[in-house]
Design a binder for this molecule. Structure first.
Ligand code: APR
Ligand code: PHB
Length: 385
């Protein structure tokens, strides 16, 4: 087998890259270890910043987003007894859209522009400095060798590309807490997301649709979701989100999914070795507090697709040579923002930290300069920094 770009991983990074390359006249083949059904149903984040929306629209993927997604002007930030609305549109002229990663994934599959081989095994990357190729076993057990001009590692944090892109420098921060996330069949109790600071720990009220809510609680690392009954979860959410305060009510409902997410920041540099380019979670992980993981994956492949089209159609390597440096500017901005949101909102158990957090939250919710900084990072970053 031969293609121009062998893409490892059919998450949003891999599928969107295949789609953008196809539109640029470059062939790609995507290899994915999981089944199509598994990949399509995976529960992930749900917030698209405005530059991601613009990119998806310009790539012909905006119809369902506009019809079924929901535009939010901002978010609520709260401390016990006070809830403040940050209006990103007033502050920066930019909004965010609630359209789940699952939906972006479905739109990409429906576009049908990517040749994807699902349920492959034994994926190996070879000869990365010159004539690269990938070996794999397909779902029928047949062995293949896929030769390519370039390999794109879009296989997330557990795939083989990250280790293949060495020597590399790695940067990591593990946070001393996790999130317990639930999906519930109940209308959201809020029109926009609520990020709540509370002495017992952070809570977030998010949503997927008019009838499905997504909520999170800060929990200790190593928490077993089985220790959290539905009643205990709703009671804790009610406390931390301020049920009953200023006339606001949290409406509980049937919980359809419960899981624990660890919180980690990770960056591997450079995002390239020879003819292997990394994009998305394969190169970097952010904690979910800033809602940046999916948006960073989209920004990476926007840069990478332009670079690869120039390289493979015109023999122009300038953008490819700059790809890692260009992508990392945004990666580090979002790594900082996600770390900042995370450390501002999560209880650490240290009373000094708690006072600093409250002071920072008061500044962000009362000063236009403070609010604009948060809004610009949350909703308003351009694709290329
Ligand atoms: N061979 C082929 N595919 C693999 C392999 C492998 N050896 N190992 C992993 N994969 C696949 C995974 O099954 C997954 O479908 O690579 C894909 C990587 O997709 P994602 O994890 O969704 O990562 P990415 O596309 O970079 O998207 C980043 O995902 O984790 C969220 O919050 C993150 O929203 C962000 C987004
Ligand atoms: C989500 O809806 O899953 C979500 C929203 C905002 C975040 C993190 C997760 O910051």
């Amino acid at each position: 087998m031969r293609t121009q770009v062998a893409i490892i991983g059919a998450g949003p990074a891999g599928l969107l890259l295949a789609h953008l390359l196809h539109r640029g006249g470059v062939d790609a083949v995507v290899l994915e270890t999981r089944s199509q059904e598994y990949v399509a149903a995976r529960i992930r984040a749900g917030i698209l910043e405005s530059s991601s929306v613009e990119l998806l629209e310009s790539a012909g993927l905006g119809d369902r987003l506009r019809a079924e997604g929901h535009e939010h002007r901002g978010i609520y930030l709260q401390m016990p007894g006070e809830r403040h609305h940050l209006d990103f549109v007033d502050l920066t002229g930019r909004s965010v859209w609630v359209h789940g990663q699952t939906e972006v994934q479905k739109d990409l599959v429906a576009a049908g522009t990517a040749e994807v081989h699902y349920e492959v095994t034994e994926v190996g990357l070879h000869s990365l400095e010159s004539d690269p190729y990938v070996t794999f076993v397909d779902s029928t057990g047949a062995r293949h060798r896929l030769d390519a001009d370039v390999i794109a590692g879009c296989d997330g944090s557990f795939g083989p590309s990250r280790a293949a892109a060495t020597p590399a420098e790695t940067f990591e921060r593990v946070y001393p807490y996790s999130w317990l996330g639930i999906l519930a069949d109940v209308a959201p109790s809020t029109d926009e997301l609520i990020y709540a600071w509370h002495p017992d720990g952070f809570a977030l009220h998010s949503m997927r649709s008019e009838t499905v809510s997504r909520l999170y609680l800060q929990v200790p690392n190593g928490t077993d979701p089985a220790d959290w009954s539905d009643d205990r979860i709703w009671a804790e959410l009610a406390t931390r989100l301020g049920d009953g305060e200023n006339g606001w009510k949290l409406t509980p409902g049937p919980i359809t999914d419960k899981s624990v997410l660890p919180m980690r920041s990770y960056v591997q540099t450079p995002m390239r070795r020879g003819r292997l380019f990394l994009a998305g979670d394969a190169a970097h992980i952010v904690p979910p507090t800033g809602a940046k993981g999916l948006n960073l994956a989209i920004a990476d492949v926007a840069l990478l697709s332009s670079a690869l089209v120039a390289l493979l159609r015109e023999g122009d390597s300038r953008l490819a040579d700059r790809y890692s440096d260009d992508a990392l500017r945004r990666v580090w901005r979002c790594t900082h923002f996600s770390w900042w949101m995370t450390t501002m909102l999560h209880a650490s158990g240290d009373p000094f930290d708690a006072q600093l957090q409250l002071s920072q939250l008061r500044w962000v919710t009362t000063s236009t300069a403070g609010a604009t900084g948060l809004a610009e990072n949350y909703a308003g970053l351009p694709l290329a920094l």
